[in-house]
Design a protein around this ligand. Structure first.
Ligand SMILES: NC(=O)c1ccc[n+]([C@@H]2O[C@H](COP(=O)([O-])OP(=O)(O)OC[C@H]3O[C@@H](n4cnc5c(N)ncnc54)[C@H](O)[C@@H]3O)[C@@H](O)[C@H]2O)c1
Length: 191
């Protein structure tokens, strides 16, 4: 059980790629990581738009010289500092995770990456091998893995209460990313 106490003496020097203003998941990373003082957000490349990212970083009280236009610059510049970052969260769109995780591992950083980590098994195996070589952790935020309904389902399966599982059907209704059909202007013939 966590009660918000600091568990380590020196907070992990941590940065974010993505998770800028208006993003969906960025604040979740910050609120979770900063809640018990074990992480300190010291740098960021928060946005695909560098100026917006820097402005946002200032609002988060990060030193201006550690607000970077992109992740490549951030990894390179932070590696030169004695007090450089040790870990990074990646909260960018799906298609960027693989390349940013790879670059972070190559820069000697621990990684917390949003799901999905990548798109193919080959890419995942490559990242796993790289993480082992660099002796770094890659954590992927499968938030629902800890959900009570999933725990319950896992237990039902483990106890054999559902018998031999032959099919798993999953559905995640995600309406808010869609356009409301009633707001779409259809052509007069309805086609
Ligand atoms: N674990 C979960 O339950 C959960 C929930 C929601 C989203 N996600 C994942 O989080 C990721 C982000 O989703 P979101 O909904 O927050 O997206 P979003 O579009 O709301 O935000 C993306 C952010 O990344 C920035 N960005 C984009 N490309 C960048 C780049 N190359 N460098 C730096 N910043 C960049 C954007 O400017 C923006 O600030 C996705 O991969 C999504 O699958 C996970």
């Amino acid at each position: 059980m966590y009660y918000g106490q600091r568990k380590i003496e020196n907070p992990i020097r941590w940065a974010m790629v993505g998770g800028g203003i208006g993003s969906q998941i960025g604040y979740i990373h910050r609120s979770a990581a900063l809640r018990d003082f074990n992480f300190q957000l010291v740098a960021g490349a928060f946005d695909i738009n560098p100026e917006r990212g820097k402005a946002f970083g200032k609002e988060l009280h990060i030193a201006e010289d550690r607000l970077y236009p992109d992740y490549k610059t951030m990894f390179a510049e932070e590696a030169k500092r004695a007090d450089g970052i040790q870990a990074v969260s990646i909260a960018t769109p799906n298609g960027t995770h693989y390349e940013i995780t790879k670059a972070a591992l190559e820069a000697g950083l621990h990684v917390v990456c949003e799901k999905p980590l990548c798109f193919t098994t080959k890419e995942a195996e490559e990242l796993e091998a790289l993480a082992q070589k660099q002796n770094k952790i890659v954590g992927i935020t499968y938030g629902y893995a800890g959900h009570q309904a999933i725990e319950e389902a896992r237990q039902l399966v483990a106890e054999g209460k559902l018998g031999k599982i032959r099919i798993v059907q999953l559905q995640f209704a995600h309406g808010f990313h869609n356009v409301a059909v009633e707001k779409i202007q259809l052509p007069p013939n309805g086609a």
